[in-house]
Design a binder for this molecule. Structure first.
Ligand code: HEC
Length: 501
């Protein structure tokens, strides 16, 4: 009896300790408190999270090709399958998924991933039969052109039982406005891969167009569909998707007017985003919170971001047509965040992406990547955190060259100017930065592509920064010419103005 009692005490201490260790932070909202806890760690770029309501599993993909499950009764993780022939390089690989569990009949897991056959790259939509945490019988539903970047993609099943596939423009600008091509689109597809009879364009998968590189897709109240998307150097977006609407890329970005007024752009009507961000935040996975459990978040979109390393809560208007408030959580705490999932019980799961191609300063940590859980609590444990309300649409007013550089250039060339070898050239000790003012001004104003710099061929492109004010571009130039081991004379606003075109 006494021994049992001692054992009981030991077990109690042990289990308490374990629980407490796992609660990292308490998030204090107006009425509710949320515990942030670690569900699992040491993953390799988890990309998409799905919920199996029959078995209480989370099914997730990792970019190199594995599909795994977490049994939520004990948080144990198991490999379901390694998908063969996934082409993984930088942002390509095993990407979005959707688990389809209808009331009756077969269950399916839809997966999208990149393949490379010879020199050709493809984005693929596959369907696996799903049963109790295992998958079999892959069927290729659709294959479209891919590229070394801009492959999207996310998948959802709409309230109408159709697949919606958000595809990237495959790094070819002309794709998004060409209704005959399937890149840069929301595609609507039957469960068997055929074209639905009631699609808005007869015999076409195309449902909406004008997209660059969507990274999030979710189903809101009343069947509304929302996406998140990366702009080039400006204007990341969250959009509300309507059939046959044109979302503007590459002719129009964010809430800005079309870049060039031509007869053809005048004739088109573009749909503006619900929310857009400049400087860019690199939005990724998005999930609709329709639950009442966390009452402050009811009718919100929860958005993960990569560059701005945060979770954002976008409060929607009652009809879901507008974003009326925005809050930031975990800024610079957990690193890049990739995907988010809301469970029917109101818990929120999300994952980090610190082992991907573009880790931020101080990451990856030894036990990255991780899946976290946010759930209601009545205790306050660990550090305390409150959401920060964003200043809506504040321009970068009168900032220094360093701050402008960090906002517009550092996502690629890095805060220290070292770039990423083979992907983004270093601006440190750079002939281009120290050299001729005209060439440098034109690189910044017009962008750059297809260069070989220091013997390395860069296949990524440098976007044009012609939208910057002359004063801002000059401040950036002077920052890079006097930092990163560069020692060139500064330039005047007039010099920039006269040489940029
Ligand atoms: C989206 C990523 C990205 C952003 C943002 C970006 N660049 Fe670049 N930059 C590149 C790439 C890629 C290249 C090489 C392009 C090529 O191969 O032609 C490049 C090239 C350059 C070069 C030429 C380097 C050389 O050695 O020839 C300069 C200078 C430069 N960038 C400055 C900037 C500045 C200043 C900013 C911010 C205003 C900026 N870049 C923002 C991706 C980026």
């Amino acid at each position: 009896m006494r021994q049992l009692f001692i054992l009981y005490i030991i077990l109690t201490i042990f289990s308490c300790k374990r629980n407490e260790e796992h609660i990292l932070t308490t998030v204090v909202l107006e009425n509710s408190k949320l515990a942030l806890s670690l569900t699992t760690d040491s993953l390799d770029v988890p990309w998409d999270l799905q919920y199996d309501k029959t078995n209480n599993y989370i099914i997730f993909s990792e970019i190199k090709g594995s599909i795994k499950k977490i049994d939520l009764s004990d948080n144990s993780v198991q490999l379901i399958k390694t998908i063969p022939n996934v082409f993984q390089q930088r942002t390509t690989g095993l990407l979005g998924m959707a688990l389809y569990q209808p009331q009756a009949g077969e269950q399916y897991l839809f997966v999208s991933y990149t393949t490379k056959i010879g020199a050709k790259i493809y984005s693929n939509l596959y369907r696996y039969t799903y049963k109790d945490g295992s998958i079999e019988n892959p069927k290729l539903l659709l294959q479209i052109p891919g590229n070394t970047g801009h492959n999207g993609s996310r998948i959802i099943i709409g309230n109408d039982g159709k697949i919606y596939w958000a595809t990237g423009d495959a790094a070819i600008d002309a794709n998004a406005q060409d209704v005959m091509r399937l890149n840069g689109k929301i595609l609507r597809i039957n469960i068997d891969g055929s074209i639905p009879k009631d699609n808005p364009i007869p015999d076409s998968y195309v449902y909406a167009w004008g997209f660059r590189n969507m990274q999030g897709l979710t189903l809101g109240a009343n069947g509304l569909i929302y996406t998140s998307e990366h702009g080039d150097a400006v204007e990341d977006e969250v959009n509300l998707i309507r059939p046959l609407h044109n979302y503007g890329w590459p002719l129009k970005e964010g809430k800005n007017p079309p870049k060039k007024e031509t007869d053809s752009t005048k004739a088109v009507s573009f749909t503006e985003p619900l929310q857009s961000w400049t400087p860019v935040i690199a939005p990724a996975g998005i999930a609709y919170y329709g639950n009442t459990k966390i009452s402050e978040w009811k009718n919100s979109l929860i958005l993960t971001t990569l560059k701005s390393q945060s979770l954002r809560v976008l409060k929607l208007s009652e009809d879901g047509q507008k974003v009326i408030d925005e809050y930031i959580l975990f800024k610079n705490m957990l690193g890049r965040l990739r995907s988010v999932l809301v469970l029917p019980n109101g818990d929120v799961y999300f994952c980090s992406s610190n082992r991907d191609w573009n880790p931020q300063k101080g990451f990856p940590k030894k036990d990255d990547d991780k899946i976290f859980k946010l759930s209601l609590t009545d205790k306050t444990t660990g550090t305390i955190l409150q959401p920060i309300k964003t200043a809506t649409n504040s321009p970068i007013a009168k900032l220094s060259g360093r701050a402008l550089y960090d906002s517009y250039c550092a996502s690629c060339h890095k805060t220290d100017g070292k770039g990423i070898k083979g992907t983004f050239p270093a601006l440190e000790n750079s002939a281009a930065v120290n050299g001729d003012v005209k060439t440098l001004a034109q690189i910044i104003s017009n962008g750059l592509k297809d260069q070989t710099i220091g013997g390395i061929k860069y296949d990524a492109q440098m976007p044009a920064f012609s939208f910057l004010k002359d004063e801002e571009a000059t401040a950036i130039i002077n920052h890079i010419r006097t930092n990163f081991k560069n020692q060139a004379p500064t330039i005047t606003v007039n010099q920039y103005k006269q040489t940029k075109n």
